[in-house]
Design a protein around this ligand. Structure first.
Ligand code: NAD
Length: 293
């Protein structure tokens, strides 16, 4: 089995690294936060001295970091020391430009690289059922596939450098917009005296059907597993939705793509965050749309 470096052992990276250990890999991890380091140790991860030391020892280095600046900072440390033929896989959600810069840093030093952001959240990371959206060369993808399969159940090669990040922000822009649409429909139904269940029964089998309604219904009752049934505990926090919508807006502006609904969704999630609700599930935006405090 390959030696796998894992940098960023937080809410997502911690359980992902643990699943690699369970699959029989030797995992050498690193994080700045002592609690993350301790939890990873308990899961069987060996702790490295620094990202550079990990790069010098590992065949594959995975990063799972907050944002583009963290990824480029770490790539600046690890690419000069990466082993010949090393494979670098960045699973963080970051902007497409930074992802492409990270690929270029790797290529400069002869390392193969993939951007491979995920969907599925902390639950999917723990269960090993994440979806990976990968961008990069086909060879790098084929080398990464068995490793990603230890952490996820669906692995999609989306295209060249940055294509994984592009797929992630496009998908989450659809999700943010559709969730607000579903929430607005429920708020209108409430004002019109239509029950939640009646709207659900009609729309879940009609042209209004979508994942935000049928799998993640923002009102309690129709979909018992949705966060609405547990006071909007995440799930997928509104702050993370805002992060992804901002990345989509940045990409849209850079590419000259008109995304008026994406822009409106970003503004509404910014308002939800400004109201101190960034830690609530993103479906909790229905409370703000109702005018609840
Ligand atoms: P997190 O904040 O829990 O973890 C990030 C970790 O990176 C932290 O433990 C932090 O200490 C560490 N870190 C930061 N800079 C570092 C450095 N220079 N060297 C080593 N470690 C460093 O965040 P998370 O929820 O695990 O998310 C990680 C990424 O996954 C983000 O890009 C996020 O957008 C994405 N993501 C998160 C979710 C989710 O539900 N949490 C879902 C999909 C994608």
């Amino acid at each position: 089995m390959a030696v796998i470096g894992f940098i960023g052992l937080g809410n997502m990276g911690g359980p992902m690294a643990a699943n690699l250990v369970k699959a029989g890999h030797q995992v050498v991890g690193y994080d700045l936060v002592p609690a993350a380091v301790e939890a990873a140790k308990a899961a069987g991860v060996t702790i490295g001295e620094s990202p550079a030391a990990i790069a010098a020892a590992a065949d594959v280095v995975i990063t799972m970091l907050p944002g583009g600046k963290h990824v480029l900072g770490v790539y600046g440390d690890i690419t000069p020391l990466a082993r010949p033929g090393a494979l670098l896989i960045d699973c963080s959600t970051i902007d497409v430009d930074s992802a492409r810069k990270a690929h270029a840093l790797a290529a400069d030093k002869g390392a193969a690289s993939l951007d491979a952001p995920v969907s599925g959240g902390v639950g999917g990371a723990a269960a090993g059922t994440l979806t990976f959206m990968a961008g990069g060369e086909a060879d790098a993808f084929e080398r990464a596939r068995p490793i990603l399969e230890a952490m996820g159940k669906k692995i999609v090669h989306c295209g060249g450098a940055g294509a994984g990040q592009a797929a992630k922000i496009c998908n989450n822009m659809i999700l943010g917009i559709s969730m607000i649409g579903v929430c607005e429909a429920f708020v209108l139904a409430e004002k019109l005296g239509l029950s939640h269940q009646a709207l659900f029964d009609v729309s879940s089998t009609s042209s209004g059907q979508c994942w935000s309604l049928t799998s993640y219904c923002p009102v309690p009752g129709p979909v018992p597993a949705s966060p609405a049934n547990r006071d909007y505990q995440p799930g997928f926090a509104a702050a993370l939705m805002l992060k992804d919508l901002k990345l989509a807006q940045e990409a849209a502006q850079g590419a000259g793509a008109p995304t008026p609904l994406g822009a409106a969704a970003a503004q509404l999630y910014a308002m939800m965050n400004a109201q101190g609700q960034g830690g609530a599930d993103f479906s909790g935006i229905i409370r703000m749309l109702r005018g609840e405090g």
